[in-house]
Write a protein that binds this ligand. Structure first.
Ligand code: ATP
Ligand code: MG
Ligand code: FE
Length: 343
């Protein structure tokens, strides 16, 4: 089946076209530059940008794929979680298309889509698999048996998301928003010289938060370290701080993901979400997993950050497995739980 996917949960307007597990088009328009001077995504600005970008992005995707919208067999759209106003634009567009074209509509979970997207690059998902989802808004460990039915949360961040920590630390190092890619790049020129804290890894914390994450203490530790340096009048070694911070984040993420997989007897780990684009995370996960006989799959960076192809990929899987579509009163659900795949 040919499936159209629409994503508008945050600041990317994404439209993807997928046939089965084959990616035909992935058009993304981002309003990230409009948010940069605020140091974070401004919801009203994002909603407005989605409205303006929706039709051109739809047209661009259809043109790239060489298909007409009439050829589409089903429409999938991110129903949640995300920014309410931003989600609403995608959901309204998807309903209009579903009604106009007379095709089934699937309102899907953004996080499940971050997992399903890997099919487009590496083929059918291993079942079961352990998904490590790390983005600007989420950091979760999920056990996945069938991504079209549901995922079981094993742990999540108790404060900041991993991507949020990257963005905040970048800001205090004077790097532009969004900070993740800039820290990644700066870290390559630096050395891991500072031993920053690994959140929720002490024996006591592990009792209650075995598979949870915490990054706000790390962010504060970096801020203190930088302040002390500035007070002493010495220059801040940005590349070394970036490398040391990045190492602390990646170390904890990989350690807990591997422990979770081992505990559940799962042999495949899938990493998704914007932070999965991080080069150190990809390298460290692959290296440590190999020692334990665990396989790691990570989609290419362009499929890790928000896009429409991931929504189309999940939609195509829902169609292939004969799941029931959503109704046309489908809501935009900003706090959609990760256990719900189709709204
Ligand atoms: P959600 O949390 O709802 O999935 P999001 O807007 O955070 O949405 P993503 O595109 O999945 O969307 O992730 C963006 C985050 O990923 C930002 O915090 C960004 O800094 C981070 N990121 C992107 N590339 C890298 C990288 N190379 N290294 C580290 N972090 C990165
Ligand atoms: Mg984004
Ligand atoms: Fe996302």
């Amino acid at each position: 089946p040919l499936v159209l996917g629409i994503e508008t949960s945050c600041d990317e307007t994404g439209v993807g076209l997928v046939r089965g597990t084959t990616l035909l088009a992935d058009a993304v328009a981002s309003s990230v530059d409009e948010h940069a001077r605020f140091g974070g995504v401004v919801p009203e600005v994002a909603s407005r940008a989605h409205l303006e970008a929706m039709v051109p992005t739809l047209e661009r995707a259809a043109e790239t794929a060489g298909v007409r919208l009439h050829d589409v067999d089903a429409i999938a759209v991110t129903s949640g979680p995300g920014l309410a106003g931003a989600l609403l634009v995608g959901v309204a567009a998807a309903k209009a298309l579903a009604i106009g074209l007379g095709k089934p509509l699937y309102g899907v979970n953004h996080l499940a889509a971050h997992v399903a997207v890997d099919q487009l690059e590496h083929g059918p998902l291993p079942e079961p698999c352990l998904a490590l989802l790390v983005s600007g808004g989420h950091s979760s460990l999920l056990e996945v048996h069938d991504v079209t039915v549901g995922v079981e949360p094993m742990g999540a961040t108790i404060d900041d998301a991993a991507g949020e920590a990257f963005d905040k630390v970048a800001r205090l190092l004077g790097l532009p928003f969004p900070g993740g890619p800039h820290i990644d790049r700066a870290a390559r020129e630096g050395q891991v010289t500072i031993d920053f804290p690994r959140g929720l890894t002490s024996r006591r914390d592990l009792e209650r938060h075995r598979f949870d994450f915490s990054f706000s203490g790390l962010k504060t530790a970096v801020a203190r370290w930088v302040e002390a340096r500035e007070r002493s009048g010495e220059p801040v070694p940005v590349a070394d701080v970036a490398a040391s911070f990045q190492e602390a984040v990646c170390d904890v993420l990989v350690r807990k993901a591997l422990d979770a997989a081992t505990e559940r007897g799962i042999e495949d780990i899938l990493i998704g979400g914007g932070v999965a684009a991080n080069s150190r995370l990809r390298a460290l996960a692959t290296e440590r997993a190999a020692d334990r006989g665990i396989r790691v799959r990570v989609p290419r960076p362009g499929l890790c950050t928000d896009n429409g192809a991931m929504v189309a990929a999940l939609g195509a899987e829902l169609v292939a497995r004969g799941r029931t579509p959503s109704t046309l009163d489908l809501p935009a659900d900003s706090s959609m739980p990760v256990t719900t795949v189709v709204a």
